[in-house]
Design a protein around this ligand. Structure first.
Ligand code: KG4
Ligand code: ZN
Length: 375
C-alpha cells in the first residue's frame, strides 16, 4: 500500500554489504555485494578486509537498490542501519553511510539490531509476525532462542549457545574436512548423499539437568574432529558425506528439539527460524516435521533472506516507522556487542518520535553539528 513506510536498510555487520528497500512488509529491492571470496583463503572473515570491501561497495550497492526498487531517495520515510552486534569496523562503515544519507536527505535514522532484523525479515515473505513469535536464530555468530512479543520493542532471550554458534560449528568442521569457507552450504550439499545415522555424534546439553534452551556445540566439534583424526591416523579414508550428514543431524536435532520445547512450554504456536544456518535444508525439513507433529506453525524465510542482507534491516526499520518508535540520534554509534534485548537504539529527547508522516523533521536535522556526524 502506498501509505506504508518506505525504508532503505543498510547491513554491514559481517562480510556482506546489503542494501534493501521495503514498503511496509513488501520487498522492493535486495541488493548485496559480498566479500566472501576475499576471506576464503584465510578460512574466516578478516575484519579489516571486510571493512574496506564495505567502503568500496556501499555507494554502488545503494544506487543499485534504488534503481531496482524504482524509487527516488527523496521519497524514503527513513534510513535504517544495523547498529550491532557485529564486527566493529564493518558496522562503522554502514552506520557512517546511513548517517550521511539520512542527513543529506533530511530523513530520520534508525539504528537497529541485527538479530531482531533476522527475525523481522520473515514479514517480507509471510506477512506480519504473530505476537508473540518464538524465534530460533542460528548464524555464524549467534545461536539463540528468543521470545518476541513485539519485534520493535520486546525481545526476550530464552536461551543461547554457551560456546560456539551453530554456523561456527559448520565452518569449523568444514575446515577440518578441508571443504573451504563458509562451511554451511557445502556440508548441507554433501550431507544429502550421506547417512545421518552413520556415526552417533553427541547431542550437547540434552541431559535432564541441562539448561533446557541453551546450546553447546564445542563438544560436538571436538568429537567430530577426533573421529576424523582417528580415521586418518589409521590410514583409512574419511567418509566425508557420512561425517557431514551425521554432524549436521546432531546440530539440527538439538536445535529443533529445543525450539519446539520452548514453544510448548511458553504456549506459543508459531516458530520462526532465521539466520544463515536457517538456509540449511535438513534443519528446514526436520523443523517442518517436528512442528507439524506438535501443532506449531513454522515460518522460515527463503534461504536468500536467511543469510545477511539489507532487506532484513529495512523490514525492521519500516516496522519501527509504522509503530512510531523514536529515531536514533546523529551520534548513533556502532555497538559490536549490542544486546539482543535492544531492538533498536532510540535517540534521547525524541519523545514525539519520527513516525510515518514526519519525514521532513528539519528541527531534528538542524540540531546536529557536523562534528558529531562521523563520531
Ligand atoms: O547470518 P549469516 O549470513 O551471518 C552471520 O550473522 O553470522 O550466517 C552465516 C553462517 C555461516 O556460518 C555459514 O556457514 C552458515 O551461516 N550457513 C549455513 C548454510 N548456509 C549458510 N549453515 C548450514 N547450512 C547452510 N545451508
Ligand atoms: Zn546475521
Amino acid at each position: 500500500m502506498a501509505d506504508e513506510p518506505l525504508v532503505l536498510g543498510i547491513e554491514t555487520s559481517c562480510d556482506e554489504t546489503g542494501v534493501g528497500i521495503v514498503r511496509g512488509t513488501t520487498l522492493l529491492a535486495d541488493s548485496i555485494a559480498s566479500s566472501v571470496d576475499e576471506h576464503a583463503r584465510f578460512g574466516g572473515v578478516v575484519p579489516e578486509v571486510a571493512s574496506r570491501a564495505h567502503l568500496e561497495a556501499m555507494v554502488p550497492t545503494v544506487e543499485r537498490a534504488l534503481k531496482e526498487a524504482g524509487v527516488s531517495a527523496r521519497d524514503l520515510d527513513g534510513i535504517a542501519v544495523t547498529a550491532g552486534p557485529g564486527l566493529a569496523g564493518a558496522l562503522l562503515v554502514g552506520v557512517s553511510a546511513a548517517k550521511a544519507y539520512a542527513y543529506a536527505l533530511g530523513k530520520p535514522l534508525y539504528g537497529v539490531n541485527h538479530l531482531a532484523s533476522h527475525i523481522c525479515v520473515d514479514q517480507l515473505e509471510h506477512g506480519p509476525l504473530p505476537e508473540p513469535t518464538m524465534a530460533l536464530l542460528v548464524s555464524g555468530g549467534h545461536s539463540s532462542l528468543l521470545l518476541a512479543p513485539d519485534i520493535t520493542a520486546d525481545v526476550r532471550p530464552m536461551g543461547a549457545t554457551i560456546d560456539d554458534a551453530a554456523g561456527e560449528a559448520f565452518d569449523k568442521i568444514a575446515r577440518v574436512l578441508q571443504l573451504g569457507f563458509p562451511g554451511g552450504p557445502v556440508i548441507d550439499r554433501l550431507a544429502r548423499e550421506g547417512d545421518p545415522a552413520a556415526i552417533a555424534f553427541p547431542r550437547g546439553l540434552t541431559g535432564p539437568r541441562d539448561a533446557p534452551y541453551d546450546f553447546s556445540f564445542s563438544g560436538l566439534k571436538t568429537s567430530v574432529a577426533r573421529w576424523i583424526e582417528a580415521k586418518r591416523a589409521a590410514g583409512e579414508d574419511v567418509p566425508v558425506r557420512d561425517v557431514a550428514a551425521s554432524f549436521q543431524e546432531a546440530v539440527v536435532d538439538v536445535l529443533t528439539r529445543k525450539a519446539v520445547r520452548a514453544c510448548k512450554d511458553e504456549g506459543v504456536d508459531h516458530l520462526m527460524i532465521g539466520g544463515g544456518v536457517a538456509a540449511n535444508s535438513r534443519l528446514r525439513a526436520l523443523a517442518a516435521d517436528r512442528c507439524e507433529r506438535a501443532g506449531i506453525r513454522l515460518r522460515v524465510p527463503r534461504p536468500g533472506l536467511c543469510t545477511d542482507n539489507g532487506a532484513m534491516v529495512a523490514a525492521l526499520g519500516a516496522e519501527m516507522v509504522a509503530r512510531n518508535r523514536p529515531a536514533s540520534d546523529w551520534d548513533l554509534s556502532a555497538d559490536s556487542s549490542l544486546p539482543v534485548t535492544e531492538t533498536h537504539v532510540p535517540g534521547q529527547g525524541h519523545a514525539h518520535g519520527h513516525g510515518h508522516g514526519h519525514t521532513h523533521d528539519h528541527d531534528h536535522v538542524h540540531e546536529v553539528s557536523k562534528d558529531n556526524l562521523y563520531s
